[in-house]
Design a protein around this ligand. Sequence first.
Ligand SMILES: C[S@@+](CC[C@H](N)C(=O)[O-])C[C@H]1O[C@@H](n2cnc3c(N)ncnc32)[C@H](O)[C@@H]1O
Length: 460
Amino acid sequence: MDYLPIFVNLKEQPCLVVGAGDVAARKIDCLARAGAKITVIAEQISPAVTTMQTTHTINVLQKTFTLEDLTSDFRLVVSATNDEATNRLVAKVAEQQKILVNVVDQPELCSFIFPAIIDRSPLIAAVSSGGAAPVLARLLRAKIESIIPPAYGKLTELASKFRKPVQQHIQHPKQRRIFWEQVLQGGIAELVFAGKTEQAEQQLQQKLAEQENTIPIGEVYLIGAGPGAADLLTFRALRLLQQADVVVYDRLVSPEILDLARRDSERIYVGKQRKHHTLPQESINTLLADLAKSGKRVARLKGGDPFIFGRGGEEIETLMQQGIHFQVVPGITAASGCATYAGIPLTHRDHAQSCTFVTGHLKNDTVHLNWTQLAAPNQTIVIYMGLVGIEKICQALIAHGSPENLPIALVQQGTTQHQRVIIGTLASLPAQIATLDITPPTLIIIGTVVSLHEKLHWFE
Ligand SMILES: C[S@@+](CC[C@H](N)C(=O)[O-])C[C@H]1O[C@@H](n2cnc3c(N)ncnc32)[C@H](O)[C@@H]1O
C-alpha cells in the first residue's frame, strides 16, 4: 500500500485552507462536513467561498500566505492556490512542522490525499487510486454509490443504537456476528430501506429477546471456486466466502479468490499436487467436520466444481454421517471455463453430439479408460489431469481407430491472464509440447470442435 486509509476525527480541530477558489471551496465543504474549525487564507475570495461564510463557520483572512500563518496548532492544511511558489511553501512549512498537508493536484507535495467519498453517515466509504488515476477512483465511487442506497446511513444508526444491548445480551462473539449478519442482510434491513425504521427497531428488539446464549452450530460451505479468474465465482460463493470463519482451500484456488474471503478468517491450505498430498483426503474430511463441530462456519474452497473430479462427494458424505449442516455451491468446471476461453464450443452441433469428461490420471504408469468408446466419432473428449499421460492417451486413441489428424488442444491455466492454448493433432501434439515449458494446470480437449478455435478464439 502506498497510503494507509484511515478516518480522522476532525471535530473542532483547527485546519487551514490556503486559497479560496472553487477547488478550495470543495475542500472547505469537505472539512466542514467533518466538523473541522476552518481558517481560510487567500488574497482573493471567490463568490463560492463568500457564500460559504453564510452557511459554515469559517474564519476567512484576506491576505498573502506567510510562513508565520502555519502554526503547530493546525492538525492539517490544504493548499489550493494557482501559485506554484505558495503551494511549495505551504508544503515545506507543513512538512517541517509535521502537519498533514494536501496540495491539490500535486501528489508529490502531499503527505495525505483526499479520497473519493461515499457519504452515508455514519457509514462512510472512501476510494483512492493514490493520485494515480483520480477519474478511475471517481468512476468506482459512482459504482459503489449505486449499490449502497442512501438508507444505509439509517441502517448504520440502527446498528449503532443496538450495539451495546446486543453485546450485553449475546456473549459469544461468533453468535453475535451471525446475529448482525442476519439483521443487516435480512427483513429488518429491508424495513429500514423502506423507511419503516420504527417497525425495524421493534423487530430487532424482538429478535434479540429471542436469542439464547448458546455456542453457535457450525456448518460447511463446499464451494466451487471455478477455473481461476476470480470474477467467475457465483454470487452465492462470494456471499458465503465472506461469512466464513475459516477457509480450507486447495492448490488450484487463486490468491485473488482467497482475497475475497473475510479479512479476519483463518486460512488452512490442504492443497494437493501430483504425488504430493499436503493432507490425505480422509484427514481433510475429518478436519472439515471438526471445524464445524467447534462452531465455525467453514468455506471449503475447491478449484472448478466440487463434484467434478473434486472429491466433493466424499467430503459431504463424512459431514452427513456426523450430522453437520452443509451446502454445496457449484463452480465453473475447468472443461467449461477452458473451452469457453479457448473459443472451443464443446458441443457445436456440426461436430459433436456428446461430450465426455474423463481423468487422464496414471495408475501404474498407464491410463485406464474405455478407449473403444472414446475413439468413436462425433464426440468431444475433455481430459482432466492428462498432461503426464498425453503421449499414451494419443497413442491409445489412434490404436482404437481415431484418425491421426484428429484435432487436440492443450489449454494451460485456462481463463487466467496466463492462458495458453496449443493446438495439434493426435499424431503431432506430444512432440509439439515435449520441448515447451508447460505450467499446470492443463486440460486436454479432443475432437473436431477443436478446429473451431482458429475462427472463434477471442480471449488472448
Ligand atoms: C483435481 S482436478 C479438479 C477439477 C475441478 N474440480 C474442476 O471442476 O475443474 C484438477 C485438474 O483440473 C484441470 N484444471 C483445473 N483448472 C484448470 C485451469 N484453469 N486450466 C486448465 N486446467 C485446469 C487440470 O486438468 C487439473 O489437473
